[in-house]
Every structure is written in C-alpha cells, then in structure tokens.
Ligand binder design. Structure first.
Ligand SMILES: [Zn+2]
Length: 82
C-alpha cells in the first residue's frame, strides 16, 4: 500500500502536467538577435513564411536589425553605382 502511494508521487514528479494548449497554440520561438542581443519572437506565421520561401535557417537577427542591414546594403549599392 505504502509503495503504491510512493509510486504515484514519483510518477507525478517525473511527468508534470504540461499545458498542451500553450504548446500547440503558440509555437512561436524566441530568438536572441545576433547583432543587438535583444530577444525577438519568430512567430508561427513567420516560420511558415520562411518555410514557403524555402529558407532552412531561422532568422539570426531581429526585424529591426534586418531592416537596418537591408537599408545599409541598398545605400551601399547605390554608392557603388555612383
Ligand atoms: Zn537586433
């Protein structure tokens, strides 16, 4: 009898109740930006967008840094042409 109670306790400790709703509803990932070390969310929608585009890698930078890099590249190429 005593053993049964103990086994039940151990079982509960080993398998804590997960929150399935959260797990399935929010598969968003939190990623730390490579440039500014800020955390940003890689949302489910963005993950699907990446998959559609065939990108295999997750973004390394937050949207702000990505935008900044894009603008930098654009101005650089403009300078190059000039
Ligand atoms: Zn950043």
């Amino acid at each position: 009898m005593g053993n049964n109670i103990n086994g039940d306790l151990i079982h509960k400790v080993l398998i804590p109740n997960p929150k399935p709703q959260e797990v399935y509803k929010m598969p968003d990932k939190t990623i730390v930006c490579k440039d500014c070390n800020k955390e940003f969310v890689f949302t489910e929608g963005e993950q699907e967008f990446y998959k559609e585009k065939g990108f295999q890698n997750e973004p390394l930078r937050c949207p702000e840094c990505r935008k900044a890099r894009k603008q930098e590249r654009r101005s650089n190429s403009r300078d190059f042409r000039h």
